[in-house]
Structures are given as structure tokens and as C-alpha cells.
Write a protein that binds this ligand. Structure first.
Ligand SMILES: [Zn+2]
Length: 323
């Protein structure tokens, strides 16, 4: 059965206080990746007359660091903030981008309406380090100004940014941002690189199809949701393959567990059996595992709509599976 691990002692990532080193890399003409060793990434797209920031960071204070990096490479205004999905670590920093238009999918807005408050409390409780300057978050939630169902183009002067909801995956509302003139994609958490995928709000079967659609873009470069920026096609392929393998092993084990009538705790052991040797070294692997197993087990049992995580349910699940 499960073995106790040192990282399993503290709830979720409450024991992770080690600050990460930020990298700010140019991955194409006027395209930058703000990455931090497995912490949530942001992307920057600079056009003729303004910029778009992809994912806002967790707090306005943390977003100020992104803005300072943008200012080191351009003085053009940040006109748009794209939210790839609704998770608090990506949206609650949006207030720092004063005057910017916030864009999200219709699906993301619906999730903010339905579970934004619970998600905010849950995420802050799970990973306090990721909410540095929590006091700078304004009251209430972050709301998009513009939403769309499937796709829309934003023109930064002559530069087109195609925003696409390619299907459900990490959440029901994920968007990718694609810049055709540099054949580069900003994938949000649909694709990760040497980081675990968080699947607690995921749709496993659809995620594989959505990954196919990301792959079909044939991007030269990709900024994942977590992990290093990928500036070569071979690395893009590797990241998509790793993400696919992660999801296949996780959901496959959950399906087998459900088929044989296993309990959730037994399903957790089967998932570890399928995944630990390959993925245990990935960032936030132990943090994600109980939430991932729980959601995979639910989907395999036919529960279509992910159950809302609350600060209370988080602790119960952790105690049951990682305690
Ligand atoms: Zn996310």
C-alpha cells in the first residue's frame, strides 16, 4: 500500500516555502515567457501598439514583478490580460494591470460564477507561498470584461493573437493563445513540462482530444502552464507526450480501480503503482496526487461535473489519502 513520504506530512504545499528562481526568456520575436521552476507561468505577447499578458499570477504584488520584466523590454501599454482558465493562482493578480481588458472563455466565466469563491479559499489554503502579498488581492473575484465560446482574434496592431477554446481538459474552460507569425502557443495548464498536471477539476477523456488539437497546431515554441519555456519543436513534442503519458497512466489506473470495485484509497495505491517511478520527481506531484486520484476516480464512475473543492473538502481528502 502507500508508503509515507516526507512531503506527505504537511497538508498540500503548506510545507513548501522555498522561493523559486524566475526566468524571463524571449522565445520568439516579441514573445516572452515568465517561468519559475514549476510555479505558475505567465506569457507576454508584444505587438505594434500594445501587449497581452497571458495569465495574471496569484496576487497583484506578484504581478508587479511580471510588469517590471515587461517594462525591461518594452514601454508599450499592457492592453489585455488573458486568463487561460479560472484557477486563483492565475487570475487574482489581474488587478495590477490597471486599465487592461481581461479576456476569458465563456466556460471560465461560468466556473468563476459557480465556484470562484470556494476555489480562492481552497487554493490559498493549499499553497500559501504562491500567494505572496495576499493582502494586495482586492475583495471579491476577478471578472473578465470580454468572453467568447470557441475562438476570437485579438489584433495587437498587425500582430494577430488567436485565442481558442479547443475543448475541455485541465478545466472546462481552458484557452490557448496562438501567435501565427511566430508559430508559438501559450497553453496554460493544458500542457506541463516536468511538472505534475493538476487534474482536480479536469476532464480526462476530453483532455486527450484537446491535446491532439494543441499538437495539430504544429507549434515551433510553447509556453506551458508550469515548467520551462520550450523554444524548439522537439521540446514541444516532448512536453505534449509527457502530459499525455501522465494523464493516460493516472486515468487508466483509476478506470481499472473502478472496474474492480476498489475503494478510493485502493485507487490511490494503484495510481502510485502506475505513476511514481516516472513522475514522482516532477514539481507538485505529491501535492496534486490526492486531488488527481479523487477526480479520476469520480470521472471513471461517471461523475461528469467535477465536485467543487472547498477548504474543508481539501483537508478531508488529504487526511484520507496522504495523511
Ligand atoms: Zn490551473
Amino acid at each position: 500500500m502507500t508508503t509515507a513520504r516526507p512531503s506527505a506530512a504537511a497538508f498540500a504545499s503548506t510545507g513548501d516555502m522555498q522561493a523559486k528562481t524566475v526566468s524571463f526568456d524571449e522565445i520568439g520575436k516579441g514573445l516572452y515567457a515568465y517561468t519559475a521552476e514549476g510555479d505558475p507561468n505567465s506569457g507576454i505577447i508584444i505587438g505594434d501598439d500594445g501587449c497581452m499578458v497571458v495569465d495574471a499570477q496569484a496576487t497583484p504584488l506578484m504581478a508587479e514583478d511580471v510588469i517590471a520584466r515587461v517594462r525591461s523590454v518594452t514601454d508599450k501599454p499592457i492592453r489585455y490580460v488573458l486568463l487561460t482558465h479560472y484557477h486563483a493562482v492565475r487570475v487574482l493578480g489581474a488587478a495590477a494591470y490597471e486599465g487592461a481588458t481581461i479576456i476569458a472563455s465563456t466556460g471560465t466565466r461560468n466556473l468563476i460564477v459557480e465556484r470562484g469563491e470556494q476555489d480562492k479559499a481552497s487554493e490559498i489554503g493549499r499553497f500559501p507561498r504562491l500567494f505572496r502579498g495576499e493582502g494586495s488581492i482586492p475583495a471579491g473575484l476577478t471578472w473578465p470584461h470580454v468572453t467568447f465560446d470557441k475562438s476570437m482574434s485579438v489584433w495587437l496592431g498587425r500582430r494577430e493573437v488567436k485565442l481558442m477554446h479547443l475543448g475541455r481538459g485541465h478545466t472546462a474552460g481552458d484557452i490557448v493563445a496562438y501567435v501565427p507569425d511566430e508559430n508559438t502557443v501559450f497553453s496554460g495548464d493544458l500542457v506541463e513540462y516536468h511538472s505534475a498536471c493538476y487534474c482536480g477539476d479536469g476532464h480526462f477523456k476530453d483532455w486527450q482530444k484537446t491535446l491532439d488539437a494543441v499538437e495539430m497546431l504544429g507549434a515551433r515554441a510553447l509556453v506551458p502552464g508550469r515548467g520551462a519555456a520550450l523554444a524548439k519543436p522537439a521540446q514541444v513534442g516532448e512536453a505534449i507526450a509527457l502530459t499525455r503519458d501522465f494523464l493516460t497512466r493516472l486515468y487508466g489506473a483509476a478506470e481499472r480501480a473502478v472496474a474492480k470495485g476498489a475503494t478510493l484509497k485502493e485507487a490511490m495505491a494503484m495510481v502510485r503503482e502506475a505513476m511514481d517511478t516516472r513522475f514522482a520527481s516532477f514539481a507538485i506531484y505529491e501535492h496534486c496526487l490526492p486531488f488527481n486520484v479523487s477526480r479520476a476516480y469520480d470521472e471513471a464512475r461517471g461523475i461528469e461535473h467535477p465536485v467543487i473543492w472547498t477548504a474543508e473538502r481539501d483537508r478531508e481528502m488529504w487526511a484520507a489519502l496522504q495523511g
